[in-house]
Ligand binder design. Structure first.
Ligand SMILES: [Zn+2]
Length: 69
């Protein structure tokens, strides 16, 4: 795990977001990321993504992760 997550540049963080979303991560987890807490621009980006992911999951429930939570 990166120890200096909050020191990520916006570009690095946005690449990280894309990787996590592609891997099926919950956007709410990304909203709690230190960079998202420290950077209003990226926080807004994550919130927009969360809205899109929620919409996509409601359209395509079969594509959602099988995790219970
Ligand atoms: Zn940022």
């Amino acid at each position: 795990m990166p120890k200096r997550a909050s020191k990520l540049t916006c570009e690095e963080f946005q690449r990280y977001i894309a990787e996590q979303i592609n891997a099926g991560a919950d956007p709410e987890v990304l909203e709690r990321h230190p960079h998202a807490n420290a950077c209003a621009h990226c926080r807004q980006l994550v919130q927009d993504l969360a809205t899109i992911v929620d919409a996509a999951r409601s359209l395509y429930p079969d594509a959602s992760s099988p995790r219970q939570s």
